[in-house]
Design a protein around this ligand. Structure first.
Ligand code: BGC
Length: 305
């Protein structure tokens, strides 16, 4: 396992919302204390850079937005948390990678230059869940451009790259990673999807799955097999692997959610994989911003007392 990443949580729906959209989570300094105090090692910051940059070359990122991201990065680093800073929800790139390649690369060139002086605990994840027109072949063409843009100003920065098909571990064999010791692989784990995404409004037909429970021997065997396959890939390729997102939507049966979360987390640990829960404080949240407190059973599924 990578010693820096270990146990993490994503601040989803904070810096990854649209330009004129109210973030569903407002980041506060206190939350970073809460995360550190609970015993997490890592925070993942999903960022929708594409909503805050010019549409034409040189694709300048707005200074005001950069300052918001600086604040989050530096508050986390100050608490000795590892930070996974990513590029999230660039839907136009997913739809037309050729048309957006130059902009994608320019975003990373600016991000890398901005943070080149930050400690090594700041890591970059090149793209959340490549999908749609970013086929495995298109992704193997695209990520090296962003990787090169980062390396131009930052030779050692740890980078995370996940496979196409929404970072599904089954797509790992098609992912070609560079000869670069500072590149780690990342996958997302939401299986069975009918369980983890039941009732999720952004998934067509997900209401039909409401009432799906989880936790018998067959269910456990399936998770164990999936994660073992991912860990075997990592071992075979000599790459540390992060389970960079996993979680079950809030409308799933509570007891099943806790069982699934604790099991995925403990299997990841048994296999030597770092993990990062989705998410901190919105619809998968381990923390309840209304009550301003952890949802203790979920916190304990992640970090047993
Ligand atoms: C997306 C979120 C979504 C989560 C689970 C994340 O990558 O950004 O919007 O809630 O995956 O589907």
């Amino acid at each position: 396992m990578n010693e820096w990443l270990r146990r993490g949580i994503s601040f989803g729906n904070a810096l990854d919302t649209g330009r004129d959209e109210e973030p569903r989570l407002r980041l506060r300094e206190r939350y970073l204390d809460d995360v550190r105090g609970a015993g997490f090692d890592t925070v993942r910051l999903p960022v929708r850079w594409s909503a805050h940059a010019d549409a034409s070359a040189p694709y300048t990122i707005e200074e005001g937005f950069l300052e918001r991201v600086d604040w989050a990065v530096d508050q986390a680093l100050r608490r000795e948390l590892t930070v996974v800073l990513n590029l999230h929800h660039y839907h136009e790139l997913q739809a037309a990678p050729d048309r957006h390649e130059a902009r994608f690369v320019a975003l990373w060139r600016q991000i890398a230059a901005r943070y080149a002086d930050r400690p090594g605990r700041l890591c970059f994840e090149l793209l959340n869940e490549p999908r749609d027109a970013i086929t495995p072949a298109a992704w193997n063409h695209l990520w090296p451009k962003a990787h090169g843009a980062v390396r131009a100003s930052d030779p050692d920065r740890l980078m995370l790259i996940g496979p196409a098909r929404m970072n599904d571990a089954d797509a790992l064999p098609a992912l070609e990673l560079p000869e670069d010791d500072h590149v780690i692989a990342t996958v997302h784990y939401y299986a069975p999807f009918e369980f983890t995404h039941q009732g999720a409004p952004w998934v067509p037909g997900a209401d039909r799955w409401l009432g799906t429970t989880w936790g018998d021997d067959t269910d456990r065997d399936a998770v164990r097999t999936d994660l073992t396959n991912a860990a075997n890939w990592a071992q075979h390729h000599g790459r540390p692997l992060l389970v960079g997102e996993f979680g079950a939507y809030e409308r799933a049966d509570g007891a099943s959610r806790l069982r699934w979360t604790a099991f995925v987390r403990s299997e990841a640990e048994r296999l030597g994989l770092a993990w990062c829960y989705w998410d901190f404080g919105t619809d998968f949240g381990a923390f309840d911003p209304q009550r301003d407190a952890w949802r203790t059973p979920m916190l304990h599924a992640l970090l047993p007392p």
